[in-house]
Each structure stands twice: as C-alpha cells, then as structure tokens.
Design a binder for this molecule. Structure first.
Ligand SMILES: O=C(O)CCC(=O)C(=O)O
Ligand SMILES: [Fe+2]
Length: 310
C-alpha cells in the first residue's frame, strides 16, 4: 500500500558544535549520510537570531521595491551574479547578487549602488547575516572533509573560497499564469545554504517522480550539495534537483549563500579506489560556470558530467 506519510528532509541541529566533541562527530556522520542520500538537509541554526532574520527579510522587501533602473545597476562579469528580472520563462522571479558578501566593503559597494544616499542599516545586517551563514557552510564542509578522511585539504580550500549572497523575490502567480517560480535544476556553486521568509515553495526531488515540498522550521536553512561538490566527492554526495513552485498568495523572499572555489579543484586521490573509480577530471569551477552559462543544454547534474566527466 502506498504510504500517506509525506517524506521530509533530514533535520539536523547545527548550533554550538565544537570540533572533536561527541556531538561534532555524530553530526558529521548525519550530515554526510544526508548529503549522500538526499543531497541536502534542513539545518536548525539559531546562531542567526530571529531578530536579524527579520531585519534581513524586511530589508529585502525595500530592496526589491526599488525602481528597475536602480536594480539593473547590480551587474557582474561573472555569470548569474547580477540582477535577473522576470522573463517569460520565469515571470514570478527576480534576483540580485551581492558578491563577496562576507566583506563589509563589498556589501557597502552594493548598498551604495542601490541607495546613493547610503543605507548603513542594510549593509550591517546583510554583512552579519552572510558571515553567520558562511560559518555554517564552513562547519558543513569541514565535517564532510573529516568524514571522508581528507581534512588535510580543508585549509587550502578555505583560502580559495568566495561567497555570493543571492537574494530572490517570487511573486504569486496571476490567474492563468504558471506557478513555476524556478525551473528544475541542480546548483553550480560548491555548497548552497538557503533561507526564506515564512512562504514555502522550494521542492526537492528525492527519487524519480518523488518531490518533497520543503517546510522550513523556524530558524532553519537548507544545506544543499551541488554539481561541483558531487564531482569533488567522486560521486559520493548527491547534487539534488530542485525547483520553486508558488502555491501561496504572498510574496516569497529567499536568500542563497553560494560558495565558489577559485582555481583548479582536484578530486582527492583518497576518494578514488576500486569501488569508486575516477568519475571526474580536475576542473576549474569558474570555467564550469562560464561553460554552463553558454551551453545550457542541461540544467541538472548532467552539465558537470559534460564539462569534466571521465
Ligand atoms: O529560492 C529558492 O528557494 C531556491 C533558489 C535556487 O534554487 C537557486 O537560486 O539556485
Ligand atoms: Fe538552486
């Protein structure tokens, strides 16, 4: 008999974890299993306080209310890093990118473009938020590296990581309009950490034809593996397909912290053995992004296979 229970993503508490403690070790095992089975999990992370979260999401309402002439000033020479407006394939979607969002000067640069008369409040909150979320990314990456016995590569990885905070607004569909907020894809960052206001809409494919609607808990983020992370792990972690469907009548705001790795990413030799023959060649992450932006034949994990699969 078919089960009536709605499948859910694993929920893992990510607050106050100290390397070497029992809870660190057991959490490392849980997240590695979750990333291998689902490619993502829900992280409960109260380190980002409710007050800060409210400040950030309130400021996103103000940000997206700016005139289009202002929003298009958010440009970048890197693919998918600048303002993206609604298009006929995604009429409900807008996004903006704050590159190097863990640096206060870079957030201020973005804020000064949007509000030439200055908006210190925005810069301060976005900068704190990006830093706290980047700490979660660091812990997740360190734990996975440890679980796979390749922690020796962690420090050098940290030195070449860059952070993009992407912020999104989805409006509810008008009658006769598609309710598709974002089409099915896998992510092209290294790790994605996703947060939202109170409006759900993210769906993750956990098996063929089986999608879960992610019901965010208070103080939670979804941690998601990606094509480059899957390739780095030699196929161990899953790069989950996901999409956004707008069922609600309210605007949905979300944030993603995307990490990107500069230079060449090597697949650790420790992750290649008889049971796991080599599946990917070393790759340049930003070159992959460029390749993907010009050859969007596949929006899912087949893109990285095409780029650097063995
Ligand atoms: O807004 C969301 O929940 C998902 C956004 C997303 O998948 C992306 O930007 O890659
Ligand atoms: Fe995504």
């Amino acid at each position: 008999m078919a089960s009536l229970v709605q499948p859910k993503l694993p929920i893992i508490n990510m607050d106050d974890l100290k390397p070497g403690t029992e809870s660190w070790i057991s959490t490392s095992q849980k997240i590695t299993c979750a990333l291998e089975e689902y490619g993502c999990f829900m992280a409960v992370y109260e380190t980002v306080s409710k007050e800060l979260k409210k400040e950030v999401f309130d400021s996103l309402v103000t940000l997206f209310d700016l005139p289009i002439e202002t929003k298009i000033k958010n440009t970048s020479d890197k693919p998918f890093h600048g303002y993206l407006g609604p298009a006929h394939t995604r009429p409900l979607y807008q996004s903006m990118g704050i590159d190097h969002a863990t640096s206060l000067e870079d957030v201020q640069y973005f804020a000064n473009l949007m509000w030439p008369s200055r908006n210190h409040h925005f810069s301060k909150n976005i900068h704190s938020y990006a830093n706290l979320v980047s700490k979660l990314e660091n812990v997740v990456r360190q734990m996975v590296f440890q679980s796979y016995g390749v922690e020796k590569y962690f420090e050098s990885f940290n030195k070449s990581m860059t952070y993009l905070l992407k912020v999104m607004k989805y409006t509810p569909p008008k009658p006769d309009e598609t309710n598709l907020g974002a089409t099915t894809h896998t992510d092209k960052s290294f790790i994605t950490i996703l947060g939202q206001n109170h409006v759900n809409g993210l769906e993750v494919q956990i098996e063929d034809n089986k999608w879960v609607t992610v019901e965010f808990l208070p103080s939670s983020f979804v941690v998601m593996a990606t094509d480059p992370f899957m390739a780095w792990s030699n196929g161990r972690v899953k790069s989950p397909r996901h999409r956004v469907i707008m069922h609600e009548k309210e605007d949905r705001y979300s944030t993603v912290l995307f990490t990107y790795k500069k230079g060449i990413t090597q697949i650790p030799e420790e992750l290649i053995d008889q049971e796991h023959p080599s599946r990917f060649k070393p790759f340049n992450h930003f070159k992959f992004l460029e390749f993907y932006s010009k050859n969007a034949i596949y929006m899912d994990e087949r893109a990285i296979q095409l780029f650097c699969g063995v």
